[in-house]
Design a protein around this ligand. Sequence first.
Ligand SMILES: Cc1cc2nc3c(=O)[nH]c(=O)nc-3n(C[C@H](O)[C@H](O)[C@H](O)COP(=O)(O)O)c2cc1C
Length: 343
Amino acid sequence: MNAVSMSCDPPHSLQEPWQLGGLTIPNRVVLAPLAGIGNWFVRLQAKRYGAGLAFSEMVSSHAVHHGNARTCRELLRIHPDEHPVAVQLFGSDPDVMASAAERVAAAGADLIDINMGCPVPKVCKTGAGAALLEDPDRAVAIACAAARGSGLPVTVKLRTGLRPGDGKGIAVARDLAERGGVAGLSIHPRHASQRHSGRPDYELFAGLVAELPVPVLLSGGLRTAQQAREAFELTGAAAVLLARGSLGNPWVFAQLTGRRAGEPTRAEIVAELDWVLAAAVEHLGAERANRYLRKFYPWYVERLGGTRLEQARLQAALQQAPSVACARELLAATQAREPAALR
Ligand SMILES: Cc1cc2nc3c(=O)[nH]c(=O)nc-3n(C[C@H](O)[C@H](O)[C@H](O)COP(=O)(O)O)c2cc1C
């Protein structure tokens, strides 16, 4: 590469390492928190394909504080190969948060993330999630409590507001950066009332990147590698969080980190889903895994290609499979068969 083309390099690239609360993150491509999905093996899968950091699904600080056996055993489980890893907690009581954060640190997390963006009424009516955007002092107290309890760097994931135009998330983001001691902020520039639809406000987000004194990670609307690259360049985000774009698509991490250019083959997709099935059985036992996996099948079957009828047939067969062993047999048979569209 000559000197001229080197000088044209963008100021920061998705493949560049960066610092978050004293941790070195090897690149700027991150798995977002996904409730009911982001367990250790989904995070490990993202890591296998190159993600620099993975956030856990949100975990109740109350359940952890009270030592709920299933929560602690399953949601705080961390695989040795998935570091650095962040565990996301939600809650509205600083003392409970400090106690839960201590347990999360003992479980091996590298970072604690606090959920201040969840719009779901069940969470908000307890004063947690996006409800904290109404109460900046409590939001700051919770972030400080998590750091005190865990001794780990703390980040917060939040929205830009509760309703269009209220700017409440922006005010809380400033408070968290100035008084809350946070190591970074993940901002989803949609209002809580928008849930997960509507165009994220990347211009507003870019202004926050320029203004806030901590790394600001972008979440929202990053369904494809191309969208993630464009939003990263447009906004100057410290990193991009892949959420729905990563479902059944760990290859997006490889594409964004420069490990591969193209889409996966049918054989690769089947082999990857088989890996997920085996991991789910290891995690939950065969019976629970069979039910849990039903939400994973549509993501992968859609990617397999073939006609709509073939997809629908395979989908129905997987959804009705009486056991994971049967599902694995169906997949093996699928791999052996070429879809009509490719014949
Ligand atoms: C099924 C699902 C579960 C989610 N769970 C969480 C969660 O536990 N914690 C959180 O902070 N955000 C959660 N989110 C929000 C995502 O992390 C992300 O901010 C949002 O989906 C926007 O990104 P996208 O448009 O690229 O999907 C969830 C989103 C979805 C679709």
